[in-house]
Design a protein around this ligand. Structure first.
Ligand SMILES: [Zn+2]
Length: 424
């Protein structure tokens, strides 16, 4: 590896001198890490925080999985790459579109840039829904990188994923998609790719299954964080620099009696402005909804009828449970969103409130009596930002003087912890 660098989305990234790994610890609210460190159940993460670097950073908004994973691998917010939800309403066609393929992605990724510069790069995700966006320019015909999901590891092919199913699976059973093991499979696969020399830069993206279901300190949460901690330790012992961020935090959105605390905006808007005059889109919607019923703290409202936007915005902004109701332009300006994918009005919930469409339209039965824990609002924007090695002076300054985002992690891991012998 040499002292050369690449530019991606306006930022410079040095090619690595040692293996560099970024982990997106999905749904890792800072409260889990604080709890684990205080009680001493995550020794390797504790050492990273104490002897490397730890800060509380912001996620991109909305605090959902896809926009943040894409922001992290692009090193840039949604206004740059165009992915602002898992799901959105295409105004031009009137279609509601799922972001399960790479179509909406309009910026290059750091992963693709490094692979193009000759670095061995791999991305492993828990869920397959993310894999295609992360694989753009990285894995597939004529490309040299690796990108596969734990969920569909068995079906991986050299042609599409840069690795065979046998090698991706390495003899391990593919875990259930609703299990903690799905994330552990990702970390184990990353360790194998690192040890075998198949990859020197890795992006490992976990699932938030455990955090959706269990609060900090619950036995299931403890077991998961211990298992992740041990695997992070193995990656460090193999010589890698490791950076860890989350895509979003996680908040309990239930009432004291355990029922979910839902404000059905579609019902409120229909009652005030007439049925069918507006459409509420929940951008958290994805094919993986069992644990949140497509309920989170952020929705987009599209005006279909002949209504005054300001009147609708003012109505929404006055509803208790709504933290912010913003016109499209204001949402894009304040939270770096792509204009063409924003609703007429963006609505951000207050802490502890879920925003829904219509009573009966959400699969609450799937929660099976568990408390609703979810994300999407400003209350889940704070995420941990960990680097396993001390930062150089320039990056310490940067961290002290700027608002850190989770999508700064590749910058810090590749540029802020460079080893001896290379001038900055
Ligand atoms: Zn997530």
């Amino acid at each position: 590896m040499s002292d050369t660098s690449i530019y991606i989305n306006g930022r410079r990234y040095y090619l690595p001198l040692n293996p560099k790994i970024v982990i997106c610890y999905d749904g890792m609210d800072p409260s889990y890490l604080a709890d684990a460190v205080i009680r001493g159940i995550s020794p390797r993460l504790s050492v990273m925080a104490e002897h490397g670097f730890y800060a509380s950073a912001h996620s991109a908004m909305p605090s959902f999985t896809n926009p943040n994973n894409v922001s992290i691998v692009c090193g840039a917010p949604p206004s740059v790459h165009g992915v602002s939800g898992n799901y959105w309403y295409d105004r031009d066609t009137g279609q509601e579109v799922m972001m399960t393929d790479a179509g909406p992605l309009r910026a290059p990724t750091i992963l693709a840039g490094l692979a193009g510069a000759g670095v061995k790069v791999a991305a492993v995700t828990a869920k397959d829904k993310l894999r295609k966006a992360l694989a753009v320019g990285l894995a597939g015909e004529g490309l040299t990188g690796i990108a596969f999901s734990a969920e569909k590891a068995a079906g991986a092919t050299q042609a599409e994923h840069g690795i065979s199913g046998d090698e991706a699976q390495a003899g391990h059973p593919v875990p259930d998609q609703y299990s903690p093991e799905l994330s552990l499979f990702v970390l184990d696969a990353g360790l194998r790719l690192l040890r075998s020399g198949r990859a020197e830069v890795l992006y490992l993206s976990l699932s938030d299954f455990v955090q959706h279901a269990h609060a900090p300190g619950a036995p299931e949460s403890d077991a998961f964080i211990r298992a992740v901690d041990a695997r992070v330790g193995a990656l460090l012992d193999a010589g890698a620099t490791v950076g860890i961020v989350a895509d979003h935090g996680m908040t309990d959105l239930s009432l004291a009696d355990g029922r979910p605390n839902i404000l059905y905006l579609g019902d409120r808007l229909d009652a005030r402005f007439g049925a069918g005059a507006t459409r509420v889109i929940c951008p958290i919607t994805d094919p993986f909804v069992r644990h949140h019923g497509a309920l989170g703290g952020f929705v987009r409202v599209h005006i279909l009828g002949d209504l005054d936007r300001d009147a609708v915005r003012a109505f929404l902004g006055r509803l208790p449970g709504v933290e912010l109701a913003l016109l499209r332009e204001e949402m894009c300006r304040r939270f770096d969103q792509p204009m063409e994918r924003e609703g007429d009005i963006a609505v951000i919930a207050g802490k502890g409130v879920a925003l829904g469409t219509h009573d009966g339209a959400h699969a609450l039965g799937d929660l099976a009596g568990a408390r609703l824990r979810s994300h999407g609002s400003l209350a889940e924007r704070d995420v941990p930002f960990l680097v396993s090695e001390p930062l150089d002076a320039a990056y310490q300054r940067k961290a002290a003087t700027q608002q850190l985002h989770n999508y700064d992690i590749f910058d810090f891991v590749l540029n802020g912890t460079r080893r001896e012998g290379i001038a900055p």
